[in-house]
Design a protein around this ligand. Sequence first.
Ligand SMILES: C[S@@+](CC[C@H](N)C(=O)[O-])C[C@H]1O[C@@H](n2cnc3c(N)ncnc32)[C@H](O)[C@@H]1O
Length: 360
Amino acid sequence: MSGLGPRLAARIAADGPISVHDYMHACLADPDYGYYRDGVPLGAAGDFTTAPEISQVFGEMLGLWLADRWQAAGAPARAALVELGPGRGTLMDDALRAAAKALPAFAAAAKLHLVEISRSLRAVQGAKLARAAPVFHDDFGTVPDDAPVFLVANEFLDALPVRQFVRRGPTWRERVVTFANGAFAFADGPAVAEPPLSATQIADAPDGAVVEACPAALDIATRVARRIAKTGGAALFVDYGTDRSGWGDTLQAVRRHAKAGVFDAPGECDLTAHVDFPRFAAAARANGAAAFGPATQGDFLRRIGIHARLAVLARGAAPQVARNISDASRRLLDAGEMGTLFKVVALQAPAAAAPPGFEG
Ligand SMILES: C[S@@+](CC[C@H](N)C(=O)[O-])C[C@H]1O[C@@H](n2cnc3c(N)ncnc32)[C@H](O)[C@@H]1O
């Protein structure tokens, strides 16, 4: 166990149980021991693999989508190109290369801003994207708001801490983490008179159900929507999650490409929760943006033309390369893989036509 486990155990012994939210936040973002402060967790040698790490096509398609939205917004002379949680910088590297080829004026107009809390990943991103001279931010709030924003975030929202509530008859209780006899455990915490849940969640949850809310994801939806309403622009959020706001415990831990226990090694496993896309989109709409989706990742990528791009890559490719391309396509698009579990939501200024990938 890293230094975080003993530190959390001591905190609980001194102050009492902590909320699931505070446990998840400490595991991921503790300044000293948080999972996303140091190290490079993505890729074969890490704990998990994301879509941009599977194939260059993913970042390329998203880059072309952003360039298209910039053009649809009247090709502003200055634009803020923003990524939240850029990982190894692979998505943005592929996005910039494809966008610069298809629409060089977009690449020339765009100033790159990366919102990233990991020291190690910032170094990787800075090296890979040096040609675009990225400006780093701890938080979206410091991205200058003097130009339209074109934003992308892949597997960022699932890394934001969730609160969990348990229904006990007519009472809702915050789910908390205890430490006793050398082990962390879940328990029912204090009663919460008005849990920040949607009407659907409250209506549907049976007795004993765990229901989740992610304040930080709703905060991002709110701030990005307000920003788009103010300066114009568009945003694309891709993540695993639901297309119906519901109930259920989705908190999970992953380590070295396998499921782990949430309490196995605080600060050393990736902890995630599914994104509630209907609530995310509702928060964006309530703050001045038009929200589209969620569409499944498979449908979105097919609609914006991934098959044409895959065909170009496969043309004349050596047999092994062609097999890799076909394998990547299956992983990104198939229902049993990332095609349906992963969803996409787009935000843009109201009154604009539906963006590519969300028509109909
Ligand atoms: C699951 S990785 C996804 C990486 C990348 N988007 C990809 O698809 O490969 C999550 C990313 O978000 C960053 N991150 C996590 N929590 C964050 C936070 N609160 N603020 C900014 N970045 C954060 C991580 O350091 C990492 O770069």
